[in-house]
Design a protein around this ligand. Sequence first.
Ligand code: CMP
Length: 170
Amino acid sequence: MQVPRWVVVTGVFIAGLFAFFIFFRSLWDVARFAMGQERTFAIIKPDAVAARSTGKIIDRIEQEGFLIKAMKKIDLQKDQAEKFYGVHKDKEFFSDLVAFMTSGPVIVMVLEKVNAVKAWRDLMGSTDPHKAAEGTLRQLFGTSISQNAVHGSDSLQNAEQEISFFFPEL
Ligand code: CMP
């Protein structure tokens, strides 16, 4: 049976559109990379969510020029928290850290900006809120070294790993 000509033409047209879209998306990714755009991974931790500081933190993130590429509110499971913080598994605070991160909902986000990894760490401030610079998120919203309101990736490589941990679709 011969395939009607209009079916072939429509098929080729759709495949062409698809290829065109993929090509320009990749080109856009390369252009963003060339301009120094980076993605980083961020968490608004259970203490800040429970204190209803989510809105203020998100507002600040946007004011500082980050683009929120993805965001969701989740309840971290114990095994997820243990895996995510696996690098700290031999530290004495590990079980407290896992208990805290599973104590209530968190907001996980992918943030984009030029030099996003450093920019987000600068905006968070030092791990210990008492040592964090004035106006940083941890100084404003954190209360202790363990309940320090926000998390951020410490390198571009870890950012990509942490993003794929929570957003495998990206
Ligand atoms: P975060 O950036 O999420 O990465 C690891 C977390 O471990 C860190 O923030 C702190 O909340 C926590 N942490 C680091 N050092 C200590 C500590 N000495 N005691 C308790 N928690 C800590």
